[in-house]
Design a protein around this ligand. Sequence first.
Ligand code: FMN
Length: 186
Amino acid sequence: MRISEAISQRRSIKRYTDRPVSREEVETVLAAAALAPNHRLTQPWRFYVLGPQARHAYGLVLGGRKAKKIEDPVAAQAMRDTVAQEHRRLPLMIAVAVVDNENPEIREEDYAAVMMAVENLALAAVELGLGTHIKTGAIMADPAARAAAGLRDGERIVAILNLGAPAEVPAAKPRTAASALTTWLD
Ligand SMILES: Cc1cc2nc3c(=O)[nH]c(=O)nc-3n(C[C@H](O)[C@H](O)[C@H](O)COP(=O)(O)O)c2cc1C
C-alpha cells in the first residue's frame, strides 16, 4: 500500500469486529511508531498494551467519571459496568505515554514526537487492514486511569488508542483544502 493511500483511507474507527489483533500486528505498528522523527532522539514514547483486564479497569475509571453526573445509584453503577464491558470487548487498547521532561522546550518537542509516533502507528494499522481511534481528555491525568494503564512515575498519558479490525469504516469528514489555509511568501 502506498503511504498516500494509507493517509487517505485512515479514519477514526468506532466499531470493531471480534477478530483479535495479534501480538505480531501490535509489534509491527509499535515499530512504526518508534521510527517517528524525534529531536535529540530522546525516544520519549512509552507504550502500554492493555489486555482485557486492564481495559476493563480503565473502562471502570471512565465509566465512574461519567457516572458522577448520574444521581440514581443504580443507573450510575450500570453506567460504570457498561463502559467497563465496552472496553473489555475492544480488540485492543494502547495507552501512549510521554516521558516528562523538566525543560519546557524539550517537553513540547517530546510531546510532538510522540504524536508523530501516534500517526505512524495509525497509518501502519491501515496497511494491516486495522483501524484506530485516538482518545484524549482529562481522564488521562486521573491517577486511577494512570494506574489502570500501568503508568510509571515521570510519564503521562498523551493518547489512548483503540485498535482493531473495523466493523464499519465511516466516510471521510469534510475538510478545508490545504490551499485555503496556506500562505505562500516570496
Ligand atoms: C489529539 C487527538 C485527540 C483526539 N481525541 C478524541 C477523543 O477524545 N474522542 C474522540 O471521539 N475522538 C478523538 N479524536 C479523533 C478525532 O475526533 C478525529 O480524528 C476527527 O474527528 C477526524 O476524523 P478522522 O480521524 O476519521 O479523519 C482525537 C484526535 C486527535 C488527533
